[in-house]
Design a protein around this ligand. Structure first.
Ligand code: GDP
Length: 526
């Protein structure tokens, strides 16, 4: 028997390529859930502006009102937790880590642009963990791609089977609405940004004469033909395949016009998984175990210099989390208790007395936590699933104020613990290399080192483009590659050896020359 508090929780993230409509959809969900009353409440945490100061301003606001990182609300008797992910691609690592803390995702795709680069990368991460995915094709009020072509594109580029649960009638200026295949309903489209209901016409089947009252004969014929084909090609939704992450139900709509949202939300609530089990190095941990366990997937620095504390975001995996109870920090081998844990409902954060699997609580932290840390009631356990991915840009740190070396060291360590970037060290000389997925992070690091730690640094570009984590059955092989390729070798934050390659060619050459060494593209490989 699963505890009802666990059963009612649905913890997920909405992901998309920037501008596909993630923020709009999040906001509409909160409106439907009654968590907010007006549009415009959800902050667009985007930094598409090129200036760092703009970005820092946004981060500052976010740092202070961390509430937007998790948005919880009740809907149809369920507790929904939406985990926010940054839109800017330079912060993709943060998104990847957040994906380790959810039980499913909704992927938003722009009907005009189709599958974009960022969509593909995010899906790759979902595939690594078999996270169940529902796809929402947005912006049907615009002239987009042909629906069948779009479904093909989703299948081919995202490497997942799809199953449409609704079907659009026309698009752009001629967008009439969608036919809900499962419920046999015609939902008529009326552009309206303020209302949250849409006219729904219930029919018996596609031959129902009622349909011809609302659709032109040509529209009806196209719909009937399309759906005959859909039935033949895609069939019915297989729930098990969805839960295994192999099949994605697809919905169509227009987030800005509140169209298709209720349908999406209702289906999500009925089919999305509640917390189940999670893999630790030692064993599988089931959500309904009695003892509490959880892990930190995100650390949010408070950029306000008057409040230097950080908030560690803890995903609860099993048992019940309680305020003021001692928990065991497995990495530090230390007991900690939390007197002010917070939880997040819509845009407010409030003190939490207890929390359940699927919930995310914010723990005020003065430096105890690193991303990936596990808390238990005493058991030695380390949750898996927060890998580091290879950065794409590597730069060497140059200390610009020798009197502040200590501050620089501390700042770099803390910022990399927060997951802002990855730190590698190269010998001889303890050269510090910072790896990121975007230029913006270097500016953020320079700014934060100066403002929070009083340290000055600059970055010298390196030619490396890729890191691979090295393992071998025999340590001798690792020592050999370290000796013979020392220009390319560094250690990561945990002291593991890493091969830094300029391009695929150098990487392949090294693989050929050291056949007994395994090269891994993420830091998690067991
Ligand atoms: P995000 O970057 O994925 O969070 O995207 P946003 O939610 O900020 O949306 C990006 C832009 O697309 C904004 O200007 C929205 O107003 C617009 N948008 C969102 N949904 C729709 C839609 O259904 N139709 C149209 N035409 N525009 C939309």
């Amino acid at each position: 028997m699963v505890h009802p508090e666990i059963e009612k929780r649905k913890t997920f993230a909405i992901i998309s390529h920037p501008d596909a409509g993630k923020t709009t959809l999040t906001e509409k969900f909160l409106l439907f859930g009654g968590a907010i009353n007006t549009a415009g409440t959800v902050k667009r945490n985007k930094a598409n502006q090129s200036s760092t100061s703009d970005f820092m301003e946004i981060e500052k606001q976010r740092g202070i009102s961390v509430a937007t990182s998790v948005m919880g609300f009740e809907y149809n008797g369920k507790r929904i937790n939406i985990l926010d992910t940054p839109g800017h691609k330079d912060f993709a690592e943060d998104t990847y880590r957040t994906l380790s803390a959810v039980d499913s995702v909704i992927l938003v795709v722009d009907s005009v642009k189709g599958v974009e680069e960022q969509t593909q990368k995010l899906m790759d991460v979902c595939r690594m963990r078999n996270t169940p995915v529902i796809i929402f094709v947005n912006k049907l009020d615009r002239e987009g791609k042909d629906t069948f072509d779009l479904l093909d594109e989703l299948e081919n580029n995202l490497n997942i089977s799809v199953c449409p649960l609704s079907w659009p009638i026309g698009q752009g200026h001629n967008f009439k609405g969608v036919y809900n295949i499962f419920d046999k309903q015609l939902n008529l489209f009326k552009p309206d940004k303020s209302k949250i209901t849409e006219p729904v016409i219930q029919v018996n089947d596609l031959e129902d004469p009622l349909l011809s009252k609302f659709l032109q004969p040509k529209e009806l014929k196209t719909l009937q033909d399309d759906l005959e084909l859909v039935d033949g090609v895609y069939g019915k939704l297989d729930n098990d395949l969805y839960l295994e992450g192999l099949l994605a139900p697809v919905f169509f709509g227009s987030a800005i016009n509140n169209f298709g949202i209720r349908e999406l939300l209702d289906t999500f609530v009925s089919i999305a998984p509640s917390p189940k089990s999670r893999e630790a190095n030692e064993r599988m941990v089931m959500a309904n175990e009695k003892n509490f366990t959880g892990f930190v997937f995100k650390i949010h620095a408070n950029l306000d210099p008057n409040h230097r504390d950080r908030i560690a975001f803890l995903r609860i995996c099993s048992g019940k989390f309680e305020r003021n109870k001692f928990y065991y920090h497995t990495r530090l081998n230390k007991k900690l208790k939390f007197s002010n844990p917070v939880d997040f409902m819509a845009n407010e954060k409030s003190l939490v007395e207890e929390a359940w699997p699927g919930d995310v609580v914010g723990l005020y932290d003065s430096g105890n936590f690193k991303i990936g840390d596990t808390l238990t009631e005493g058991e030695e356990l380390q949750f898996k699933g927060i890998p580091s991915f290879s950065p794409e840009i590597f730069k060497e740190v140059e200390n610009r104020d020798p009197l502040k070396s200590k501050q620089l060291e501390k700042g770099l360590q803390q910022l990399t613990e927060e997951g802002v970037a990855q730190l590698f060290v190269q010998q001889p000389g303890n050269r510090k290399i910072i790896g990121t997925v975007g230029e913006l992070q270097y500016e953020v690091i320079v700014f934060r080192l100066q403002h929070e730690y009083g340290a000055k640094c600059a970055f010298r570009p390196l030619t490396f483009r890729k890191s691979s984590w090295l393992t071998s059955k025999d340590k001798k092989n690792i020592n050999e590659i370290i000796q013979r390729r020392h220009h390319h070798i560094a250690t990561d934050k945990d002291g593991n050896p890493v091969f830094l390659a300029d391009n695929d060619w150098t990487l392949n050459l090294a693989k050929r020359d050291f056949p007994n060494v395994e090269f891994h593209s993420t830091s998690e490989f067991n």
